[in-house]
Design a protein around this ligand. Structure first.
Ligand code: F0G
Length: 413
């Protein structure tokens, strides 16, 4: 039977799949879903998944539920809460590739999801479980994207959605989405970490909790890697590069590769590279210092507000995937993020600032010779270009002011 298990292998405590605990009752660490994909031959599974793209059954039309053999699949076709998430493009980098001195660069653009970010992939799974256990209200803390996704899926499920945002720090576009989908907004003075603490300390038993410490969220997000490999003809890239904030997404991708290898869908895994912003880089600091424990960054600061997070809750899970895959962690400055974002735009692709950490990191790695310029690379773009329009306008205003000053012979720093 599918069940929940403590994500720390030495503990291995198990719980019923639908237990609403947020942490292991024995050691307090995060929980994970243990999947049971059955004994279908991997080649047959790959064929079944691809054929489902021709079907209009809501579970087949979703790029998450299409891979349901690797998900908690106990809900039936009418039980799932879906907006046809997933099935998003894998796009070859052109100018971006030469800018980063790479030959084989592709972007998996999760910003093409219904609410414009990868959060939809997790939210369909989390909201489906919330509905299954009879939740009437759901909540999350968020830097903006989770809030938008929660709000939309709560509306579809017909439950109350409540989102805790760090006051004045989520982009106006994301706040507008959450409002439009009808969520209740709670503004918290402080950072995302404070908002998450406020929600967790609230301890309201009637609220179903949908941050990425919810193991069902991770299951949905995991499917992006199944889809990426399907689009690659199941040829495994050398590197998978992903932005790191609260570290749910990198945890999900690590779990995906571990399971796909275990069940024979692939015979090797890509190296997972997590890129953080240098003002919000607790995982990189830990990695660099070869420390055993993560020390939170008290006052995280970065222009990439989506990943302005100092105390990522899923760091242990994320490191499992990094270690398993032989990957590593790095950080990039806000300036590097801005430059990389602009290049992604020039490639006709576009993304929000947090997503551009990936290209910024890749340029840094190839310049320093840390990765081979011939390596095959998939970089994850997590959010749509319209998620933070203020960032773009500000950058271009600054640029045109600098140009005007230069023309007038004035030097601006
Ligand atoms: N990129 C974007 C655009 C994000 O919104 C987030 C996280 C990340 C990357 C980092 O992913 O947290 O799984 O490591 N946004 C969360 C939110 C925190 O509330 O929307 P992560």
């Amino acid at each position: 039977m599918m069940h929940l298990r403590c994500s720390v292998s030495a503990c291995a405590t198990t719980l019923d799949l639908h237990d609403r605990a947020l942490a292991c009752p024995k050691c307090g660490d995060l929980l994970e879903v243990v999947v049971e994909p059955g004994s279908t031959d991997p080649a047959d599974l790959k064929r079944i998944w691809l054929n489902r793209r021709l079907s209009y059954d809501p579970r087949d039309a979703s790029g998450v539920w299409r891979f349901r053999e690797f998900l908690p699949d106990v809900y039936g076709p009418d039980g799932i809460v879906t907006l046809n998430e997933g099935n998003v493009p894998l796009i070859r980098g052109q100018k971006t590739a030469s800018w980063a001195c790479l030959r084989d660069l592709r972007f998996k653009h999760l910003g093409f999801n219904p609410t414009g970010s990868f959060k939809d992939l997790g939210m369909t799974a989390g909201m489906t479980e919330a509905k299954f256990v009879g939740a009437k209200a759901v909540a999350c803390a968020s830097t903006g994207n989770t809030a938008a996704a929660l709000a939309a899926y709560a509306a579809r499920a017909g439950v109350i959605g409540r989102v805790y945002l760090p006051a004045g720090q989520a982009s106006a576009n994301k706040l507008a989405q959450a409002l439009d989908y009808g969520a209740e907004i709670v503004q918290i003075d402080g950072s995302f970490d404070d908002a998450l603490d406020a929600l967790l300390n609230g301890n309201d038993p009637d609220l179903y909790f949908l941050n990425s410490i919810n193991p069902f969220r991770i299951e949905g997000q995991k499917t992006a890697m199944f889809e990426m490999l399907e689009q690659s003809g199941w040829q495994v890239p050398d590197y998978l590069v992903v932005p790191g904030g609260n570290l749910g997404n990198s945890s999900a991708f690590g779990k995906a590769f571990i399971e796909m290898k275990q069940y024979g869908l692939i015979d090797r895994v890509p190296k997972i590279v997590i890129v953080q912003a240098s003002g919000a880089n607790p995982l990189f600091r830990m990695w660099d210092a070869q420390a055993e424990e993560l020390k939170p960054v008290a006052h995280p600061e970065t222009v990439a507000t989506a990943i302005r997070i100092g105390n990522p809750r899923s760091w242990k899970k994320a490191l499992q995937g990094v270690h398993f895959s032989g990957g590593f962690v790095l950080d990039v400055t806000d300036e590097e993020i801005g430059d990389a974002k602009e290049m992604i735009g020039r490639d006709g692709i576009g993304c929000e600032p947090a997503s551009a950490t990936t290209l910024a990191g890749l340029r840094k790695l190839s310049e320093s010779g840390r990765i081979d310029t011939d390596a095959s690379i998939v970089a994850i773009l997590t959010g749509h270009v319209l998620k933070d329009t203020d960032f773009i306008i500000k950058r271009h205003k600054k640029r045109s002011m600098a140009d005007a000053h230069e023309a007038a012979g004035v030097h601006v720093h």
